[in-house]
Design a protein around this ligand. Structure first.
Ligand SMILES: C[S@@+](CC[C@H](N)C(=O)[O-])C[C@H]1O[C@@H](n2cnc3c(N)ncnc32)[C@H](O)[C@@H]1O
Length: 308
């Protein structure tokens, strides 16, 4: 119930190319699977700042790592990564940042968090239940077009219009407050079945991403990581679906290519070098890991390095 099997752990460790005395950031602590491996590889002079917006993740981490002086566990959003990290260390730059996006298994497993279409619970889906509004509250007030737009763009759901219209019709009679009510409503609207997927998968993904501003958080988090990285420092990102991976891929491309205007000059001016260098191409989990952990099947890891 309170466990999360980390994905691509060894690959992420190798990608971080740890310096034993360095400062590292685990921007998505979860249950600390990646953090534990980073701490194993760090020397006594190394430090790790681990962030999670879910207070339950931080509480579990404080118990698991109670005696680990090199670890600074921080409750907060990685959109504020630089500020959070600088508040917990005397260093000004870090040697690597790891992002392992999405939700952790304990969040999905706990029906009371409202993430799961398969378990009856309040329609909440906030990663940080102490801030923002639950999905049920947003669905009470949002316009049909707004709901359609969220489900179409963040869920890439073909039946978004039908689902949005049905939500608005249904809430006229009674507010939608339970996960299973919404899952049943969506199942009535989705006419084609994708193999191995519950018909509400896309809608739940979209609402979760919207209510937690996941893409906005990712963009700001990556920008903050870039600001904080020392020369030679590594940015390592693990994504779980195409919208996430597209954002990471684009971020690395934009920051690792020379400005197209400057690229046309015979000799680009000094200091025009892009800040990042892409390392290798995307990596996926091994067949053995994919067989053992279904979450690993969609995981994609990308790496970039801060230039001097
Ligand atoms: C896939 S899990 C990470 C699992 C972790 N690597 C492990 O080995 O246990 C993602 C975690 O990131 C957290 N998270 C997602 N978005 C966040 C954000 N914007 N700021 C901080 N934490 C976030 C979630 O609450 C969740 O615990």
């Amino acid at each position: 119930m309170d466990e999360h099997t980390p994905v691509l752990v060894e690959e992420a460790l190798e990608a971080l190319a740890l310096r034993p005395g360095g400062l590292y950031v685990d921007a998505t602590f979860g249950r600390g699977g990646h953090s534990a491996r980073i701490l194993e590889a760090l020397g006594s002079g190394g430090e790790l700042v681990a962030i999670d917006r879910d207070p339950a993740a931080i509480a579990a981490g404080r118990t698991r790592f109670a005696h680990e002086a090199r670890l600074h566990l921080v409750h907060g959003e990685f959109a504020e990564l630089a500020t959070l990290v600088l508040a917990h260390t005397t260093r000004t730059h870090c040697d690597g940042v790891l992002f392992d996006f999405g939700v952790a298994s304990p969040q999905l497993d706990d029906a009371a968090r409202g993430f799961s279409f398969g378990k009856d619970g309040p329609l909440d889906m906030r990663m940080d239940p102490t801030s923002g509004q639950p999905v049920s509250v947003w669905l009470e007030h949002a316009g049909a077009d707004e709901i359609r737009h969220v489900i179409a763009t963040l869920g890439e759901e073909r039946f978004a219009s039908r689902i949005a219209a049905e939500i608005v019709r249904s809430r006229g009679a009674q507010p939608l407050t339970r996960t299973t009510e919404l899952a049943a409503l969506v199942a009535r609207c989705v006419r084609t079945r994708e193999p191995g997927k519950h018909p509400a998968t896309r809608t739940f993904q979209a609402l979760r991403m919207y209510i937690n501003d996941e893409l906005g958080q990712m963009q700001r988090g990556l920008e903050q990581a870039l600001q904080l990285l020392a020369a030679g420092g590594r940015l390592v990102a693990i994504s779980f679906h195409s919208l996430e991976d597209r954002l990471v891929k684009r971020f690395i491309r934009v920051h690792s290519e020379l400005d197209p205007v400057l690229a046309r000059l015979p000799r680009p001016p000094a200091g025009a070098e892009p800040p990042l260098r892409r390392i290798g191409s995307k990596q996926r989990a091994s067949a053995a890991e994919r067989a053992a952990n279904p979450r690993a099947r969609s995981a994609v890891l990308r790496i970039a390095e801060r230039r001097p």
